[in-house]
Design a protein around this ligand. Structure first.
Ligand SMILES: Nc1ncnc2c1ncn2[C@@H]1O[C@H](COP(=O)(O)OP(=O)(O)OP(=O)(O)O)[C@@H](O)[C@H]1O
Ligand SMILES: [Mg+2]
Length: 442
């Protein structure tokens, strides 16, 4: 209807002129006025209509932050500050909306005034012409119909100025999402891995998008089945970055990450990730039962396999203690569990998968020393045939690894066993002496 407005306007004008040329003068006067009103609306309105969307966004952002961070806001007594922030954003939106509505409030009566004015003058002029005998009633009625059609089309046209900018903003956003191409794509001619459980970094350097310095520099090491490789280093030294390169969450800037002898980017993501049991630093669980969450690792897992994985991950005790056991429903993000319980479930989830390569990113940090030791003893048996890569902060966790990689600000400060590193790696010695007492070191 609105798109047809210009066509109806032009068509109507031609028909109206054919009915009675002299009465077209009324239209010739009215149409420029209508055009002026529309131009005014467009000039004042379009920028406003466009900002409405941005301001609505801002209100949503503030509200969402407030809801997700409500505990932190309360704990830091920032309720008032947050309320003010919301007030500012919502006041801003209100003001813009009021301006928009003022324009609409002027525009619609103005258009109606013009339309009715035109009708009146046509009746008046038409009556005179009929009196003269130069126009008959049928023509007058037809002329009025056409004139209304024309004016109505212009009215429609002006409402387009209200709707189009908003639709445009929404369409832009939609297109941005739809057109985004993932940076990590499957290779056109994927290779297949021949070996199982081999991970090798060859001179890998990686920089996060937009970062000035690489997060990790010239990393080289290799791991094979039956071995445990540990990565230790201060916060922000690049430990998580290294392990995130294995399942190809990112591609290296330089060098190669080889999994089972093949560059990770030459395997399909499906094949690559099926090989890896990944326990991320921040345990993520989903709404659903415990069993459903564990089955994410392997949808075909039997109840026994699930129970076994939970046993190894030291999660069986607390799951059994729950009223519904494995059918206990987890709240969103697992918020009805403690940090350590979440960590153990996410370890169990990786175990259910029985992968070639295990990656534990600081997965024992929320566990007490006793549980940590029990879990690692059980894991050792379970993962004896697999390649294990452990990121840890505690020396106790990494001490008996076959290979320890010491990271210092994105660089490898040393690779070796605990004993070797104690002899020749200053950074490792510092970490050790800050954690262990003299007697433990002896
Ligand atoms: N998503 C990201 N975008 C940009 N920079 C990042 C991102 N993640 C990490 N970094 C940067 O990369 C560096 C290494 O971070 P990384 O998470 O690998 O450290 P980490 O050793 O795992 O630390 P932690 O012990 O705290 O987990 C840090 O300097 C950090 O600022
Ligand atoms: Mg980390």
């Amino acid at each position: 209807m609105m798109i047809l407005a210009p066509i109806t306007a032009v068509g109507g004008t031609i028909l109206a002129v054919r009915q009675d040329a002299s009465m077209t003068i009324i239209l010739a006067v009215a149409l420029p006025v209508v055009a002026a009103v529309i131009a005014l609306v467009a000039w004042k309105g379009i920028p406003l209509f466009q900002t409405v969307q941005a301001k609505l966004d801002r209100v949503n952002l503030v509200l969402r932050e407030k809801l997700t961070g409500i505990r932190v806001i309360r704990a830091f007594d920032r309720l008032e500050h947050e309320a003010k922030r919301f007030d500012t954003a919502s006041r801003d939106l209100t003001d813009t909306y009021i301006k928009v509505n003022r324009i609409i409030a002027v525009m619609i009566p103005a258009m109606l005034l013009i339309m009715n004015g035109v009708t009146l003058s046509m009746l008046w002029l038409g009556a005179i012409r009929i009196d003269e005998g130069s126009l008959n009633i049928g023509n007058l009625v037809a002329f009025m119909q056409y004139a209304m059609q024309i004016l109505f089309s212009f009215l429609m046209f002006s409402t387009m100025f209200i709707l189009i900018p908003r639709a445009q903003a929404a369409a832009d956003r939609y297109n941005k999402v739809m057109e985004a191409t993932p940076q990590i794509a499957d290779p056109k001619n994927p290779l297949h891995a021949v070996e199982a459980g081999y991970v090798e970094f060859r001179n890998v350097t990686f920089r996060y998008h937009g970062a000035e310095l690489p997060a990790v520099n010239h990393i080289s090491f290799s791991a094979k089945p039956g071995e445990t490789t540990a990565i230790i280093g201060g916060t922000g030294s690049g430990k998580s970055t290294i392990v995130n390169l294995i399942p190809r969450f990112y591609d290296p800037e330089e060098g190669e990450v080889l999994v089972d002898g093949v560059d990770a980017s030459r395997l399909t993501q499906e094949e690559l990730r099926a090989k890896i049991g990944f326990v991320p630093q921040k345990a993520v669980l989903f709404t659903g039962t415990i069993a459903e969450n564990l089955r994410l690792g392997n949808p075909a897992a039997t109840d026994e396999e699930i129970a076994h994985a939970a046993e190894v991950a030291q999660a069986a005790d607390f799951i059994d203690a729950m009223k519904d056991g494995y059918h206990t429903v987890l709240a969103e993000g697992g918020s009805n569990l403690s940090g350590g319980q979440k960590q153990r479930l996410s370890i169990a989830r990786a175990l259910v998968r029985r992968p070639e390569i295990y990656v534990f990113d600081d997965s024992f940090s929320a566990l007490d020393f006793k549980t940590d030791a029990k879990l690692r003893a059980a894991l050792k048996k379970e993962t004896a045939q697999s390649t294990v890569i452990i990121v840890a902060q505690r020396v106790g966790t990494v001490m008996d690894a076959d290979r320890i990689i010491v990271l210092d600000e994105g660089h490898i400060a040393g690779i070796g066993t605990h004993k070797e590193l104690l002899e020749r790696c200053e950074v490792y010695r510092e970490i050790v002496s800050s954690q262990l007492s003299k007697e433990e070191l002896a």
